[in-house]
Design a binder for this molecule. Structure first.
Ligand code: SDX
Length: 426
């Protein structure tokens, strides 16, 4: 924190507001005192608003930098696995080999869900969107651990983190199994975290499932790349829900709901739908023109970002992983990948996208990898939610373990002023 200040003139009165500097990124102006001056700040979409102080993730949008507890995402994707990144996000430091081993064992011992939760799945129509099922089932977890959720207890917050990280793959895979009418496959303790997810997704009771190590590694990298991303819409939703002291499982369910939108985590599903709609490289110009047309609601899904005004560093890693997976699977000539690569090239050379600094984001390539692995489009955002659960919890935990107030934004009111109930309607 520094002792610098910003000076504001409101209605002829000069107001000094404290300013603070972090360890990186823009300084902030503390505007909390403005309410005493009878004015609010106005920032729909929170473009220029820092809603909290955090030590978890830092993004430099201009440089395309993403750090988790100071470590660049590219290095974590190369040298860590997802559970080690979970440990880092939750505890602030990378685990020692012993801590990593212990964390992997702990997570393995929490992968099953209460058998009564099977009933929640059967309450949904078979054609329910898996995100609808996941939202409901994760919220329902709050009914199974409610008596062990003292948010002021460090121990209980820690076991909740373990339960969520461990159970999300089981819940995600069961959302898929339910939608295709196949039996739920239980987790196996002899497999790694990503291998276990793939076997619960694609295994059947009829034969032993042998995970492909390249696909498991790609899955783990996708988990790492989606683990956390500062104060995005879904993380801010989890923080706001948590600020009332709500049950953490219910708060995570609110994050799943916010992530579902196509402007956020639903974009990976929307990218595949868009590539399929474009259908052929000869249609690309037409769709780029639609994306630029103010009167056309069509947007290039997987492009643009509120913070990144450069390449999303996750998109670069995702693109390399995409090429590895397709080569491993012998899918050298994937038509959707061809359209995606051509679309990226055309968009990056077009003034409309250059002026607005619209680059491919994390969702642009992830869907192509997931499709190549055999995961249906409707499951893409479910996998994003699985990965992001640790980030949501880390932010909830950071807030819950500190001093916080309930989040309660104000507004610019432009509705009717006070008026009496009409005589003729009394
Ligand atoms: C994620 O916040 C996070 O960190 C999110 C995330 C995470 O890890 O949590 O990174 C995950 O959500 C990635 C983003 C996935 N969404 C998409 O790919 C959907 C397509 N993108 C857009 O909807 C948009 O770019 C957003 C939502 C991502 C960002 O929206 P902003 O910051 O509110 O930007 P904007 O809508 O104000 O756009 C600025 C301009 C506008 O044109 P002008 O009014 O200036 O003329 O750029 C245009 C927009 O029309 N624009 C696009 C575009 N994105 C923005 N035009 C065409 N295609 C696009 N994709």
């Amino acid at each position: 924190m520094t002792d610098r200040k910003a000076t504001l003139s409101v209605g002829g009165k000069t107001i000094d507001l404290p300013m603070y500097s972090g360890t990186a990124g823009p300084d902030v102006i503390d505007v909390r005192a403005l309410v005493q001056e009878g004015v609010f700040t106005y920032d729909p979409g929170f473009v220029s608003t820092a809603a909290c102080e955090s030590k978890i993730t830092y993004i430099d949008g201009a440089k395309g930098v993403l750090l988790h507890r100071g470590y660049p995402i590219e290095q974590l994707a190369e040298h860590s696995d997802y559970l080690e990144v979970c440990y880092l996000l939750l505890h602030g430091e990378l685990p020692t080999p012993e801590q990593s081993e212990q964390f992997h064992v702990t997570v393995k011992n929490h992968t099953m869900i209460h058998d009564q939760m099977r009933n929640f799945f059967h309450g949904f129509r078979r054609d329910a969107h898996p995100m609808a099922i996941m939202c409901g089932v994760v919220g329902a977890l709050s009914a199974f651990y409610h008596d062990q959720m003292d948010v002021t207890s460090v121990k209980q917050r820690e076991i909740t983190a373990h339960r969520l990280v461990a159970k999300m793959p089981t819940i995600a895979a069961w959302c898929y199994k339910y939608s295709v009418g196949q039996p739920f496959i239980y987790p196996r303790n002899d497999l790694s975290y990503p291998e276990n997810f793939l076997q619960m997704m694609f295994g059947t009771p009829c034969e032993e499932y042998k995970p492909n190590p390249i696909l498991a590694k790609a899955m783990d990298k996708i988990f790492i790349l989606h683990a956390d991303h500062e104060q995005n819409a879904s993380t801010s939703t989890v923080r706001l829900a948590g600020s009332s002291g709500a049950n953490p499982f219910a708060c995570i369910a609110s994050g799943i709901a916010a992530l579902w939108g196509p402007a956020h985590g639903g974009a990976n599903e929307a990218v595949l739908d868009m590539l399929a709609e474009i259908g052929d490289e000869e249609n690309i110009e037409k769709y780029v023109a639609k994306a630029k047309d103010k009167d056309d609601p069509f947007r290039l899904m997987g492009f643009g970002h509120r913070v990144y005004k450069n390449f999303d560093p996750r998109a670069r890693v995702m693109r390399d992983t995409c090429n590895e997976v397709l080569a491993e699977l012998g899918i050298e000539d994937d038509p959707l990948l061809r359209i995606a690569q051509r679309l990226e090239k055309i968009a990056l050379e077009d003034d409309y996208f250059i002026e607005r600094k619209l680059y491919p984001n994390v969702d642009f390539y992830s869907g192509i990898i997931l499709k190549a692995i055999g995961i249906p489009t409707s499951m893409f955002t479910v996998i994003f939610a699985l990965s992001r659960t640790v980030g949501w919890f880390a932010h909830w935990d950071e807030m819950s373990s500190g001093s916080y107030r309930i989040g309660r934004p104000r507004q610019l009111y432009t509705g009717p002023t006070a008026r009496d109930f009409p005589e003729h309607l009394k």
